[in-house]
Design a protein around this ligand. Structure first.
Ligand code: 4AD
Ligand code: MG
Length: 437
């Protein structure tokens, strides 16, 4: 039995001078004559260890000195404050146990040298161990926790929605079809919204949070085919409620990341001033205003068209924080949008465009609540009426104005982390040309 108490690197500072052990992997190894400096990571952090030849059994010193990258190892010894060390602590080695030594013949494929993106994503199962990826996924976790805390403490009930669905929510062009036994075809959900509308009528305020799928053939830095979306829905609510909640959610989320993930943001060399600027109130403009701004900036947009990625980037250049754009042309929006009673050609919808060119992070709005209008829309969009009968029921039995939105978690993570590409924001990205590992 070991007298060394198992601790995590993150808590090393609480155990200076005590006999402790750290169970991890060899991240890097420096040697200088009779001293070795294994850098150990354990998932919670990294710590530099110091092994002195004269203080260790000969064979152990040699074994550590020749240890290969990513070998698993348990190090025993004492933690010491060290101002120059990253994290502020070092560990003096008194003993060690090599759990699995990575053989020389099959070395760890990801070395400190530069690798191409394809190579790294082919080895994503290992890539996740690197410092940068670790920081991104820690921030992702923080964001997800913040989202849940925000909704949970604002009286929203979590009611998750199905993934196999019989009908489209966001239009039929981006559906993934699945063979569902013999009888019928089903699709992977594009959004939980339609079901949220049912749960909001049962609970008042709800949210769902799960994976969603889009068969989008776009190969951009903002699109995944499988992404996670959080979607709140509120009964007796309007477009203004959506804007208020969306703004509060983003401000809360950014605050949490700034408060709890300083180390990770530093690893990513994130410009904190950009995040600190994300405070309410966010500018609120109309689609009409946005089109004017874009034209002045040289975009080819004409009234009636949807914004492309470049338009969103151009628009964000005008503001130091997210901008809310409302009242898009009804034509470019999904079938369920309520229209402005004074201007039926525009929808009561809003997109939140992130700052720094990160594009649309939130889309939502007010839903059609009249039975007749909804039925007309379903017909006009050539949607199968039969599959939407339950959705029409929500307008037959106590229909009320209601509204909600969806935020793509990966878009939010890419933005707050300041990443070039969305593929780094999820452990195992699914994209047009990537379904492995
Ligand atoms: O604007 P979208 O399509 O809205 C909906 O799905 C609504 N039914 C949501 C609702 O009102 N409950 O998607 C919402 C958000 C986008 O703003 C974006 O952040 C993200 O989902 N998103 C994607 N993220 C990554 N890859 C993709 N292919 C995405 N498509 C949408
Ligand atoms: Mg959208």
């Amino acid at each position: 039995m070991s007298d060394y108490r198992r601790i995590t690197i993150a808590k090393a500072g609480e155990h200076t001078g005590e006999p402790v052990e750290i169970a991890g992997w060899l991240y890097n190894l420096r040697k200088s004559g009779k001293i070795i400096f294994p850098l150990i990571r354990d998932g919670s952090g990294t710590i530099q260890c110091v092994g002195v030849k004269s203080a260790l059994p000969e064979d152990l010193f040699e074994a550590l000195k020749n240890l290969t990258q990513e070998s698993s190892v348990i190090i025993r010894g004492k933690i010491r404050a060290e101002a120059r060390a990253q994290g502020g602590f070092e560990m003096d080695i008194e003993g060690a146990e090599i759990v699995q030594r990575v053989p020389e013949e099959t070395p760890y494929p990801i070395t400190p040298k530069e690798h191409g993106t394809e190579f790294l994503f082919d080895h994503r199962h290992l890539h996740l161990r690197s410092r940068r990826q670790h920081a991104v996924l820690k921030i992702r976790h923080e964001i997800i926790k913040a989202i849940r805390d925000y909704f949970d403490s604002n009286d929203f009930t979590l009611v998750d929605c199905p993934i196999f669905t019989p009908a489209a929510c966001e239009g039929t062009t981006t559906l993934f079809e699945v063979n569902y036994f013999d009888e019928e075809k089903v699709y992977l959900t594009q959004s939980g919204q339609l079901y949220n509308e049912a749960t909001a009528m049962a609970f008042g305020k709800t949210y769902c949070f799960g994976p969603t799928f889009r068969a989008e053939k776009s190969k951009t830095r903002r699109h995944l085919t499988e992404f996670w979306m959080v979607e709140p829905e509120m009964a007796y609510a309007t477009l203004d409620d959506v804007k208020r909640v969306a703004e509060e959610l983003i401000v809360f989320m950014v605050g949490r990341v700034l408060e709890n993930r300083k180390t990770e943001l530093a690893t990513l060399e994130r410009d904190l001033t950009k995040l600190e600027a994300i405070k309410g109130p966010f500018p609120r403009i109309s689609y009409d205003d946005a089109v004017e701004i874009l034209k002045k900036k040289g975009s080819e947009i004409v009234w009636g068209g949807d914004f492309g990625g470049t338009d969103e980037t151009l628009l964000s250049e005008e503001f130091d924080r997210p901008v809310m754009v409302d009242r898009y042309p009804t034509e470019v929006k999904a079938f369920y949008f309520e229209t402005d009673p004074n201007r039926p050609e525009v929808a009561l919808g809003v997109d939140v465009i992130a700052s720094e060119g990160y594009g649309e992070v939130i889309g939502g709005g007010q839903r059609v609540h009249s039975y007749d209008t909804l039925l007309e829309r379903i017909k006009a969009h050539n949607l199968p009426e039969e599959a939407f009968q339950w959705y029409l029921d929500l307008r037959r039995y106590g229909s009320v104005p209601h509204a909600g939105f969806g935020m793509g978690v990966e878009r939010a993570v890419a933005w707050l982390c300041g990443l070039e590409h969305i593929r780094e924001t999820i452990a195992f990205p699914r994209m047009l040309y990537r379904t492995r590992p």
